[in-house]
Design a protein around this ligand. Structure first.
Ligand SMILES: [Zn+2]
Ligand SMILES: [Zn+2]
Length: 159
């Protein structure tokens, strides 16, 4: 996935950490809720934990399938809290998901921002009132496009 290379290039300067692309793991069938054709975020996180990479400080599962959490029609991503795991679901980052022409740069940019956002949760950051901050909650892609990929002065990454 080209988007993984985009993440690997973009994440280190933001997170002050090295990023490696791990081996692909299959989507867990048990996490699929067939009646809505979406994966349950918490089940994806549990599966990621079963495929743990012990030497990694954090593990992010990037899936090209739609996901949801109870009470939400969909999720862009989810973090296991407390924990070292996050998942990001790509389909809704594509303009083509909403029937518009695809814009690859915008798609990759959204994936980067929401990956930083979910990893931020694993570092203990809550949603930030600063609409430019990556920890601002994205209700829609408009929110994601408006915010930067960076944390603001409220969030302090651990060394
Ligand atoms: Zn969040
Ligand atoms: Zn902030």
């Amino acid at each position: 996935m080209a988007v993984l290379t985009h993440l690997q290039r973009g994440l280190p300067s933001i997170l002050k950490r090295d990023v490696i692309i791990g081996a692909a793991i299959p989507l867990p069938k048990t996490a699929l809720v067939a009646s809505r054709n979406q994966y349950l975020g918490s089940a994806l996180l549990d599966d990621l934990e079963r495929h743990d990479v012990p030497q990694a400080e954090r593990v992010v599962g990037v899936i090209d399938a739609d996901a949801f959490a109870p009470g939400l029609n969909f999720i862009f991503g989810q973090a296991k809290l407390p924990g070292r795991y996050a998942v990001v679901a790509l389909p809704r980052f594509r303009d083509s998901f909403g029937g518009r022409p695809e814009n690859v740069a915008r798609f990759q940019d959204r994936a980067l921002k929401e990956t930083v956002h979910e990893l931020g949760h694993t570092f203990g950051f809550e949603h930030c009132p600063n609409r430019k901050c990556v920890m601002h909650f994205s209700n829609s892609l408009g929110d994601t496009d408006y915010k930067d990929a960076q944390f603001c002065e409220r969030e302090r990454l651990p060394e």
